[in-house]
Design a binder for this molecule. Sequence first.
Ligand SMILES: [Zn+2]
Length: 227
Amino acid sequence: MSSQLVILATLFGAAAGAFLPRIAYRLTVPFGDRARSSCARCDRPFPPGAAGWIHAGPACCAGGAGPVAAMSLAGGLLAAQLGPVPQLPVHLLAAIPGVLLAMIDLGCLRLPDRLVGTLALGAGVPLALLAPGRIAPALAAGVLVGAGYLAIAMLPGRGLGLGDVKLGAALAFLLGFAGWPAVAVGLGTAHLLNGAAATWLLVRRRAQPIPFGPALLAGALAGLTAV
Ligand SMILES: [Zn+2]
């Protein structure tokens, strides 16, 4: 492991993370709604076009440092565990839609298809080009997990949405390129985290739906870096 690589990847994560609050805020809307055109707190409209999306810092008058922290952590962990392999930049870039999805799911319990698709194809195509021999197991992992989660989502009262099914399948597909142990650790960690969140809410006597996306994405990071 080279410390320069870890520092560079952490800095990349922090820099990329700084641009995420505005995008996540604008996309945190109920299903079928258009992206927010103005700040809900101060009513200030966002500039039209790319200028309204590409913005470093808080979304508008509010916003935390969460995405910067999450992206730097992901960048540093990935670089430390994977080292200077050609897959590293692929995963670093995949962390961008990953953190966006986690933020949006936390905000409004949604995982927009376009972002899940961007994550699956944006990372899946280069990973397939880098390791053509892993395409079949990766696809098998995606189909298996997708089918399993779809079956769970069909059960009444399980709280697993179709967005979770699609993201679970996409992440299993991507983890499949790293091998079956990565898929298993990724899913196992996701369910452990989800169970911990459910227990926490139970202890606090708070009845509220728990977004599964952040746990799935954190699990995927664990699957990539712990195996
Ligand atoms: Zn504002």
